[in-house]
Write a protein that binds this ligand. Structure first.
Ligand SMILES: O=C(O)/C=C/C(=O)CC(=O)CC(=O)O
Ligand SMILES: [Ca+2]
Ligand SMILES: [Mg+2]
Length: 425
């Protein structure tokens, strides 16, 4: 049976609104108090299936040459085995978790070892990120920021409809969900001030993004054709590209963001494979003007993926959902981003992280940053339990979640969360 078949069910109980039914099987890296060594697992309901334990028990062999790829601190060695191995492992894990498969179900000792409660586990960064690139592929986001930072009459710059604009970010500050985010200090200049000043950012913001993880790199000098690009993608995560708008606005000319976006980029711990997302593929928005031939994509370019952002101030019991949007609004696709990234001959490697760019939709409550939601602080958001926000305050916790809705089940990403801590004094 195909691992995406909606009729599959597991002997592990999975709530209907769980992000991790047997049809998903996302990969991540975790550890526990009982075993502090980070290792590879798959999320199933509210459990983690420990792939290192299965490998050790001789029930799972991903590497044909016998190497251990799951008792490792990142997914990179497993991903490097290639797409056939990813698919074989997904099929095997699906078989082992099925309600009618006795191997694991009827072995209490193995179950106790290999099925770990997610609530008691620690999530680690799932991949070793060699390079991190961030795109700028939402037309609504680019139009909103262009209007605020530059000229509302020419909000989209002349290149925008012809290529997926991007910049090379910092891989060193990519962190896993749950890592606290320290408010950055930096240089800013108010438009009315004569001189720049130094201090904590006063316009700390989020960026709702997804990112894809490169599963097969390309050699230097050998671009990836757009119609082969998805074969180079292992899977997707949620991403919060924390941004200091006041630092950004002063520093970004002409080379783009530098300190404003290099202090933290948070990603969700579970990597959802493109295979699991297959039933939710949809066409992207129409592209006019038609892109140059190297960017023309014929397949369904997008994913029907609901995305939400919630903000919870320190001490508040309730979070406020400040944004509801969908990945399918994104103008440039992942395949187009990767084809464009490599068209110069630039090489990519296993574990490289490629951010979508902030995902904004057409409605005012579907904008993917506070900059847009509050229109640069002019229209603060009302929060549940009182108070309002223009930009983030110390102690605020921001959580992004996302899922594809199937008939009676969800292929979800879990969440990426982070709490703001005060700047260094
Ligand atoms: O329009 C600008 O000057 C910059 C906008 C951004 O903040 C871009 C960015 O980080 C890419 C994105 O997330 O869309
Ligand atoms: Ca960004
Ligand atoms: Mg960042």
């Amino acid at each position: 049976m195909h691992p995406n078949d909606p009729i599959l069910r597991s002997f592990v109980e999975v709530a209907p609104d769980s992000h991790f039914p047997i049809q998903n099987l996302p990969f991540g890296v975790f550890s526990t108090d009982a075993d502090r060594a980070p290792r590879v697992g798959v999320a199933i309901g509210d459990r983690i299936l420990d792939l290192a334990a299965l490998e050790e028990a001789g029930l799972l062999a991903a590497d044909p040459s016998g190497g251990r790829v799951f008792a490792r601190r990142s997914l990179n060695p497993f991903i490097a085995l290639g797409r056939d191995a990813w698919r074989q492992v997904r099929v095997r894990v699906s078989e082992l978790l099925r309600h009618d498969s006795p191997i694991l179900r009827d072995d209490p000792a193995l179950r106790a070892r290999a099925l770990v409660p997610m609530a008691g586990a620690r999530a680690h960064l799932p991949v070793e990120v060699g390079d991190y690139t961030d795109f700028y592929s939402s037309r609504e986001h680019a139009t909103n920021v262009g209007s605020m930072f530059r000229d509302p009459k020419n909000a989209l710059l002349p290149n925008w409809l012809h290529l997926p604009v991007g910049y090379n970010g910092r891989a060193s500050s990519v962190v896993v969900s749950g890592t606290p985010v320290r408010r950055p200090n930096g240089q800013t200049k108010e438009p009315t001030a004569d001189q720049p000043s130094f201090g904590p950012s006063r316009k700390l913001d989020i960026e709702l993004e997804t990112a894809f993880i490169v599963g097969r790199g390309n050699a230097l000098g050998e671009p990836i054709p757009v119609d082969e690009a998805e074969g180079h993608i292992f899977g997707m995560v949620l991403m919060n590209d924390w941004s200091a708008r006041d630092i950004q606005q002063w520093e970004y000319v002409p080379l783009g963001p530098f300190n404003a976006k290099s202090f933290a980029t948070s990603i969700s711990p579970w990597v959802v494979t493109l295979d699991a997302l297959e039933p939710f593929r949809v066409p992207g928005p129409p592209q006019d003007p038609e892109p140059l031939p190297y960017l023309r994509q014929v397949d369904k370019a997008s994913v029907d993926l609901h995305l939400e952002v919630a903000l919870r101030p320190d001490g508040n019991a309730d979070a406020t959902t400040v944004c509801r949007t969908n990945f399918r609004h994104l103008y440039w696709s992942m395949a187009q981003q990767l084809a464009h990234h490599t068209i110069s001959g630039c090489n990519t490697r296993v574990g490289d992280l490629m951010g979508s760019g902030t995902i904004s939709g057409p409605e005012p409550d579907s904008f993917g940053s506070l900059l847009e939601l509050t229109w640069n602080g002019r229209n603060p958001l009302a929060l549940a339990g009182g108070g309002e926000r223009s930009f983030l305050e110390d102690g605020d916790e921001v959580t992004i979640t996302g899922w594809c809705q199937g008939d009676g089940y969800r292929i979800g990403f879990g969440e990426v969360t982070g709490r703001v801590t005060p700047a260094l004094g």
